[in-house]
Ligand binder design. Sequence first.
Ligand SMILES: Nc1ncnc2c1ncn2[C@@H]1O[C@H](COP(=O)(O)OP(=O)(O)O)[C@@H](O)[C@H]1O
Ligand SMILES: [Mg+2]
Length: 318
Amino acid sequence: MRVWLDKNPPPNVQRPAVVRRIIVCNQKGGVGKTAVTSGAGQALAEGADLLHPVRISKHFAALLNEDQPRSPLDYEDLPGPGLRVLLVDFDPQGHLTKQTGHDPLQLDGDSLTKHMAGEPKGDLRDLIVEVDAPRFGGRLHLLPACTDAFLLDVKLSGVRAREAALERALSPVEHYYDVILVDCPPSLGLSMDAAAFYGRRRPDEDPGNSGVLVVVQAEDSSADAYALLTSQIEDLRGDMGLELEYLGIVVNHYDARRGYIATSSLEAWMAIKDPRVVGVIGDLKEQKEAVRVKQPLLAYAPRCDQAVALRALAREIS
Ligand SMILES: Nc1ncnc2c1ncn2[C@@H]1O[C@H](COP(=O)(O)OP(=O)(O)O)[C@@H](O)[C@H]1O
Ligand SMILES: [Mg+2]
Protein backbone atom coordinates (compact mmCIF):
# COMPACT_ATOMS: atom_id res chain seq x y z
CA MET A 1 0.00 0.00 0.00
CA ARG A 2 2.88 2.35 0.68
CA VAL A 3 4.13 1.87 -2.87
CA TRP A 4 0.62 2.47 -4.20
CA LEU A 5 0.27 5.67 -2.17
CA ASP A 6 3.54 7.05 -3.46
CA LYS A 7 2.85 6.12 -7.08
CA ASN A 8 -0.72 7.44 -7.22
CA PRO A 9 -0.88 11.16 -6.62
CA PRO A 10 -4.39 12.37 -5.77
CA PRO A 11 -6.66 12.88 -8.83
CA ASN A 12 -7.94 16.24 -9.91
CA VAL A 13 -11.11 16.76 -7.85
CA GLN A 14 -11.95 19.55 -5.45
CA ARG A 15 -10.32 18.55 -2.20
CA PRO A 16 -10.28 19.99 1.30
CA ALA A 17 -7.30 22.19 2.22
CA VAL A 18 -6.94 20.43 5.57
CA VAL A 19 -7.70 16.70 5.78
CA ARG A 20 -11.24 16.33 7.10
CA ARG A 21 -11.45 14.29 10.28
CA ILE A 22 -14.86 12.84 11.03
CA ILE A 23 -15.16 11.18 14.43
CA VAL A 24 -18.18 8.87 14.48
CA CYS A 25 -19.19 8.22 18.06
CA ASN A 26 -21.68 7.23 20.69
CA GLN A 27 -20.78 5.06 23.67
CA LYS A 28 -23.98 3.10 23.10
CA GLY A 29 -23.36 -0.04 21.07
CA GLY A 30 -25.47 -1.19 18.16
CA VAL A 31 -26.71 2.25 17.10
CA GLY A 32 -24.97 2.10 13.73
CA LYS A 33 -21.63 3.88 14.17
CA THR A 34 -19.82 1.29 12.09
CA ALA A 35 -22.51 1.22 9.40
CA VAL A 36 -22.47 5.03 9.13
CA THR A 37 -18.66 5.32 9.16
CA SER A 38 -18.36 2.74 6.45
CA GLY A 39 -21.26 3.99 4.34
CA ALA A 40 -20.35 7.68 4.53
CA GLY A 41 -16.74 6.82 3.64
CA GLN A 42 -17.88 4.75 0.69
CA ALA A 43 -20.14 7.55 -0.52
CA LEU A 44 -17.27 10.06 -0.37
CA ALA A 45 -14.97 7.74 -2.34
CA GLU A 46 -17.39 6.93 -5.18
CA GLY A 47 -16.04 8.07 -8.51
CA ALA A 48 -16.91 11.27 -10.35
CA ASP A 49 -16.96 9.29 -13.61
CA LEU A 50 -20.26 7.60 -12.68
CA LEU A 51 -23.67 8.85 -11.58
CA HIS A 52 -24.99 7.57 -8.26
CA PRO A 53 -28.52 7.99 -6.87
CA VAL A 54 -28.65 10.44 -3.95
CA ARG A 55 -31.70 11.07 -1.79
CA ILE A 56 -32.78 14.67 -2.16
CA SER A 57 -32.40 16.12 1.27
CA LYS A 58 -35.74 17.81 1.34
CA HIS A 59 -37.10 18.11 4.81
CA PHE A 60 -36.51 15.08 6.95
CA ALA A 61 -39.87 15.96 8.41
CA ALA A 62 -41.37 14.37 5.34
CA LEU A 63 -40.11 11.07 6.71
CA LEU A 64 -42.30 11.41 9.76
CA ASN A 65 -45.43 10.31 8.03
CA GLU A 66 -43.89 8.41 5.19
CA ASP A 67 -43.92 4.73 4.86
CA GLN A 68 -44.90 4.78 1.22
CA PRO A 69 -42.44 3.46 -1.33
CA ARG A 70 -39.87 5.83 -2.71
CA SER A 71 -40.78 7.68 -5.87
CA PRO A 72 -38.28 8.57 -8.60
CA LEU A 73 -38.76 12.22 -7.62
CA ASP A 74 -37.15 11.55 -4.24
CA TYR A 75 -33.66 11.15 -5.58
CA GLU A 76 -31.37 12.40 -8.27
CA ASP A 77 -28.33 10.93 -9.96
CA LEU A 78 -25.10 12.77 -9.18
CA PRO A 79 -21.42 12.14 -9.85
CA GLY A 80 -19.48 10.80 -6.87
CA PRO A 81 -17.20 13.12 -4.87
CA GLY A 82 -14.17 10.95 -5.81
CA LEU A 83 -12.27 11.70 -2.60
CA ARG A 84 -9.47 9.69 -1.07
CA VAL A 85 -10.81 8.22 2.13
CA LEU A 86 -9.25 6.40 5.07
CA LEU A 87 -11.54 4.44 7.38
CA VAL A 88 -9.94 3.95 10.79
CA ASP A 89 -11.26 0.97 12.74
CA PHE A 90 -10.78 2.36 16.23
CA ASP A 91 -13.01 -0.23 17.91
CA PRO A 92 -11.15 -3.28 19.28
CA GLN A 93 -14.13 -5.44 18.27
CA GLY A 94 -13.04 -4.90 14.67
CA HIS A 95 -16.51 -4.84 13.12
CA LEU A 96 -15.56 -2.32 10.45
CA THR A 97 -12.54 -4.43 9.51
CA LYS A 98 -14.54 -7.65 9.24
CA GLN A 99 -17.52 -6.06 7.50
CA THR A 100 -15.31 -4.71 4.74
CA GLY A 101 -13.90 -8.20 4.17
CA HIS A 102 -10.59 -7.86 6.03
CA ASP A 103 -8.96 -9.58 8.97
CA PRO A 104 -7.99 -7.82 12.18
CA LEU A 105 -4.24 -7.35 12.61
CA GLN A 106 -2.18 -10.00 14.39
CA LEU A 107 -1.80 -9.40 18.10
CA ASP A 108 1.98 -9.69 18.07
CA GLY A 109 2.49 -7.50 14.99
CA ASP A 110 2.33 -3.76 14.42
CA SER A 111 -0.92 -1.88 15.09
CA LEU A 112 -2.45 1.55 15.58
CA THR A 113 -2.46 0.89 19.34
CA LYS A 114 1.31 0.37 19.30
CA HIS A 115 1.83 3.57 17.32
CA MET A 116 -0.37 5.46 19.77
CA ALA A 117 1.49 3.99 22.74
CA GLY A 118 4.84 5.04 21.26
CA GLU A 119 5.92 1.44 20.56
CA PRO A 120 5.63 1.21 16.75
CA LYS A 121 7.01 -1.86 15.04
CA GLY A 122 7.09 -0.37 11.55
CA ASP A 123 5.54 2.16 9.20
CA LEU A 124 1.82 2.77 9.74
CA ARG A 125 1.29 2.88 5.94
CA ASP A 126 2.18 -0.80 5.78
CA LEU A 127 -0.91 -1.64 7.85
CA ILE A 128 -3.37 0.10 5.52
CA VAL A 129 -5.42 -2.04 3.11
CA GLU A 130 -7.80 -1.26 0.28
CA VAL A 131 -11.56 -1.68 0.37
CA ASP A 132 -11.90 -3.00 -3.08
CA ALA A 133 -14.77 -2.39 -5.52
CA PRO A 134 -14.63 -0.75 -8.94
CA ARG A 135 -16.79 2.20 -7.90
CA PHE A 136 -14.21 3.28 -5.30
CA GLY A 137 -11.39 3.35 -7.85
CA GLY A 138 -8.71 2.43 -5.29
CA ARG A 139 -9.54 5.52 -3.22
CA LEU A 140 -11.14 3.79 -0.21
CA HIS A 141 -8.67 2.49 2.38
CA LEU A 142 -8.91 0.91 5.80
CA LEU A 143 -6.64 0.92 8.81
CA PRO A 144 -7.74 -2.37 10.38
CA ALA A 145 -8.33 -2.99 14.06
CA CYS A 146 -6.20 -5.19 16.28
CA THR A 147 -7.45 -6.81 19.47
CA ASP A 148 -4.62 -5.10 21.36
CA ALA A 149 -6.87 -2.03 21.23
CA PHE A 150 -8.74 -3.54 24.20
CA LEU A 151 -5.67 -2.49 26.20
CA LEU A 152 -5.45 0.97 24.69
CA ASP A 153 -6.80 2.88 27.68
CA VAL A 154 -4.34 1.13 29.98
CA LYS A 155 -1.43 1.72 27.63
CA LEU A 156 -2.38 5.35 27.10
CA SER A 157 -2.42 6.08 30.82
CA GLY A 158 1.39 6.00 30.76
CA VAL A 159 1.79 8.08 27.61
CA ARG A 160 2.77 11.74 27.53
CA ALA A 161 0.04 14.08 26.21
CA ARG A 162 -2.12 11.03 25.69
CA GLU A 163 -5.10 12.89 24.24
CA ALA A 164 -2.86 13.71 21.25
CA ALA A 165 -1.84 10.06 20.75
CA LEU A 166 -4.20 9.36 17.84
CA GLU A 167 -3.13 12.55 16.10
CA ARG A 168 0.55 11.68 16.49
CA ALA A 169 -0.04 8.19 15.13
CA LEU A 170 -2.10 9.27 12.10
CA SER A 171 -0.28 12.45 11.11
CA PRO A 172 2.29 10.64 8.89
CA VAL A 173 -0.50 9.31 6.63
CA GLU A 174 -2.78 12.35 6.63
CA HIS A 175 -1.46 13.98 3.50
CA TYR A 176 -2.46 10.97 1.39
CA TYR A 177 -6.15 11.49 2.20
CA ASP A 178 -8.95 14.01 1.83
CA VAL A 179 -11.12 12.51 4.55
CA ILE A 180 -10.34 10.32 7.55
CA LEU A 181 -13.30 8.72 9.34
CA VAL A 182 -12.77 7.23 12.79
CA ASP A 183 -15.17 4.48 13.91
CA CYS A 184 -15.12 4.83 17.70
CA PRO A 185 -15.59 2.09 20.29
CA PRO A 186 -18.74 2.09 22.42
CA SER A 187 -17.03 3.66 25.43
CA LEU A 188 -16.17 7.02 26.94
CA GLY A 189 -12.59 6.28 28.03
CA LEU A 190 -9.21 7.72 27.14
CA SER A 191 -9.47 6.42 23.60
CA MET A 192 -12.63 8.47 23.08
CA ASP A 193 -10.77 11.54 24.40
CA ALA A 194 -7.98 10.91 21.90
CA ALA A 195 -10.51 10.56 19.07
CA ALA A 196 -12.32 13.74 20.07
CA PHE A 197 -9.01 15.60 20.26
CA TYR A 198 -8.20 14.39 16.78
CA GLY A 199 -11.48 15.85 15.50
CA ARG A 200 -10.92 19.32 16.96
CA ARG A 201 -10.73 22.35 14.72
CA ARG A 202 -7.12 23.14 13.87
CA PRO A 203 -5.87 26.73 13.72
CA ASP A 204 -5.69 26.71 9.90
CA GLU A 205 -9.00 24.94 9.42
CA ASP A 206 -12.40 26.25 8.28
CA PRO A 207 -15.38 25.76 10.57
CA GLY A 208 -17.35 22.59 9.83
CA ASN A 209 -14.44 20.82 8.14
CA SER A 210 -13.85 18.35 10.98
CA GLY A 211 -15.69 17.30 14.10
CA VAL A 212 -17.90 14.79 15.78
CA LEU A 213 -20.76 12.95 14.11
CA VAL A 214 -23.13 11.38 16.63
CA VAL A 215 -25.17 8.36 15.59
CA VAL A 216 -28.40 7.78 17.50
CA GLN A 217 -31.58 5.78 17.18
CA ALA A 218 -35.13 7.02 17.10
CA GLU A 219 -35.92 5.75 20.59
CA ASP A 220 -35.81 7.11 24.10
CA SER A 221 -32.83 5.20 25.47
CA SER A 222 -30.69 6.92 22.85
CA ALA A 223 -31.40 10.30 24.44
CA ASP A 224 -29.74 9.29 27.74
CA ALA A 225 -26.64 8.05 25.95
CA TYR A 226 -26.56 11.28 23.96
CA ALA A 227 -26.66 13.38 27.13
CA LEU A 228 -23.67 11.48 28.55
CA LEU A 229 -21.69 11.89 25.36
CA THR A 230 -22.36 15.59 25.04
CA SER A 231 -21.36 16.18 28.65
CA GLN A 232 -18.03 14.44 28.01
CA ILE A 233 -17.55 16.57 24.92
CA GLU A 234 -18.34 19.70 26.94
CA ASP A 235 -15.72 18.63 29.52
CA LEU A 236 -13.11 18.13 26.81
CA ARG A 237 -13.90 21.50 25.31
CA GLY A 238 -13.56 23.12 28.72
CA ASP A 239 -10.62 21.20 30.22
CA MET A 240 -8.44 21.23 27.16
CA GLY A 241 -9.76 24.41 25.57
CA LEU A 242 -10.60 22.45 22.40
CA GLU A 243 -12.56 23.90 19.53
CA LEU A 244 -14.52 20.75 18.96
CA GLU A 245 -17.48 21.00 16.61
CA TYR A 246 -20.45 18.78 16.04
CA LEU A 247 -20.90 17.90 12.39
CA GLY A 248 -24.37 16.69 13.27
CA ILE A 249 -26.63 13.90 14.45
CA VAL A 250 -27.50 10.88 12.32
CA VAL A 251 -30.73 9.14 13.23
CA ASN A 252 -30.26 5.51 12.22
CA HIS A 253 -32.57 2.47 12.24
CA TYR A 254 -35.48 4.80 11.59
CA ASP A 255 -38.76 3.03 10.93
CA ALA A 256 -41.89 5.18 10.80
CA ARG A 257 -44.04 2.06 10.96
CA ARG A 258 -43.00 1.70 14.59
CA GLY A 259 -45.37 4.57 15.14
CA TYR A 260 -45.37 7.20 17.82
CA ILE A 261 -42.17 6.11 19.59
CA ALA A 262 -40.16 6.47 16.40
CA THR A 263 -41.80 9.60 15.02
CA SER A 264 -41.89 11.52 18.31
CA SER A 265 -38.30 10.64 18.96
CA LEU A 266 -37.21 11.77 15.49
CA GLU A 267 -39.07 15.02 16.18
CA ALA A 268 -37.17 15.38 19.46
CA TRP A 269 -33.82 14.91 17.69
CA MET A 270 -34.76 17.45 15.05
CA ALA A 271 -35.82 19.93 17.74
CA ILE A 272 -32.23 20.03 19.07
CA LYS A 273 -31.22 22.18 16.08
CA ASP A 274 -27.60 22.57 17.28
CA PRO A 275 -26.22 20.08 16.44
CA ARG A 276 -28.70 19.50 13.68
CA VAL A 277 -29.90 16.22 12.21
CA VAL A 278 -27.82 15.67 9.08
CA GLY A 279 -29.12 12.24 8.14
CA VAL A 280 -32.05 9.91 8.72
CA ILE A 281 -31.39 6.33 7.71
CA GLY A 282 -34.09 3.72 7.54
CA ASP A 283 -33.92 0.27 9.05
CA LEU A 284 -33.31 -1.90 6.03
CA LYS A 285 -32.37 -5.44 5.26
CA GLU A 286 -29.61 -4.58 2.79
CA GLN A 287 -27.31 -3.39 5.58
CA LYS A 288 -27.49 -6.74 7.35
CA GLU A 289 -27.11 -8.64 4.09
CA ALA A 290 -24.01 -6.64 3.14
CA VAL A 291 -22.51 -7.40 6.56
CA ARG A 292 -23.27 -11.09 6.10
CA VAL A 293 -21.50 -11.26 2.74
CA LYS A 294 -18.71 -8.92 3.98
CA GLN A 295 -19.15 -6.43 1.18
CA PRO A 296 -19.30 -2.64 1.35
CA LEU A 297 -23.00 -1.68 1.27
CA LEU A 298 -22.66 0.75 -1.63
CA ALA A 299 -21.06 -1.96 -3.73
CA TYR A 300 -23.50 -4.67 -2.60
CA ALA A 301 -26.70 -2.64 -3.07
CA PRO A 302 -25.76 0.66 -4.70
CA ARG A 303 -29.35 1.76 -5.33
CA CYS A 304 -30.97 0.68 -2.07
CA ASP A 305 -32.69 3.21 0.12
CA GLN A 306 -29.89 3.19 2.66
CA ALA A 307 -27.25 3.82 0.02
CA VAL A 308 -29.12 6.85 -1.30
CA ALA A 309 -29.50 8.15 2.27
CA LEU A 310 -25.81 7.64 3.05
CA ARG A 311 -24.84 9.58 -0.07
CA ALA A 312 -27.12 12.41 1.03
CA LEU A 313 -25.49 12.31 4.47
CA ALA A 314 -21.99 12.43 2.99
CA ARG A 315 -22.94 15.51 0.98
CA GLU A 316 -24.69 17.13 3.93
CA ILE A 317 -21.53 17.05 6.03
CA SER A 318 -19.12 18.01 3.24
N1 LIG B 1 -29.96 1.31 9.06
C1 LIG B 1 -29.79 0.01 9.37
N2 LIG B 1 -30.68 -0.91 8.95
C2 LIG B 1 -30.54 -2.22 9.27
N3 LIG B 1 -29.53 -2.71 10.01
C3 LIG B 1 -28.61 -1.84 10.46
C4 LIG B 1 -28.66 -0.44 10.15
N4 LIG B 1 -27.59 0.17 10.73
C5 LIG B 1 -26.89 -0.79 11.36
N5 LIG B 1 -27.50 -2.00 11.20
C6 LIG B 1 -27.10 -3.28 11.77
O1 LIG B 1 -27.22 -3.16 13.19
C7 LIG B 1 -26.10 -3.76 13.83
C8 LIG B 1 -25.35 -2.73 14.65
O2 LIG B 1 -24.83 -1.72 13.79
P1 LIG B 1 -23.34 -1.18 13.94
O3 LIG B 1 -23.09 -0.23 12.83
O4 LIG B 1 -22.39 -2.31 14.09
O5 LIG B 1 -23.48 -0.38 15.33
P2 LIG B 1 -22.34 0.18 16.30
O6 LIG B 1 -21.10 0.35 15.51
O7 LIG B 1 -22.91 1.48 16.82
O8 LIG B 1 -22.20 -0.82 17.41
C9 LIG B 1 -25.26 -4.38 12.74
O9 LIG B 1 -25.65 -5.71 12.59
C10 LIG B 1 -25.64 -3.59 11.51
O10 LIG B 1 -25.48 -4.34 10.33
MG1 LIG C 1 -19.24 -0.46 15.79
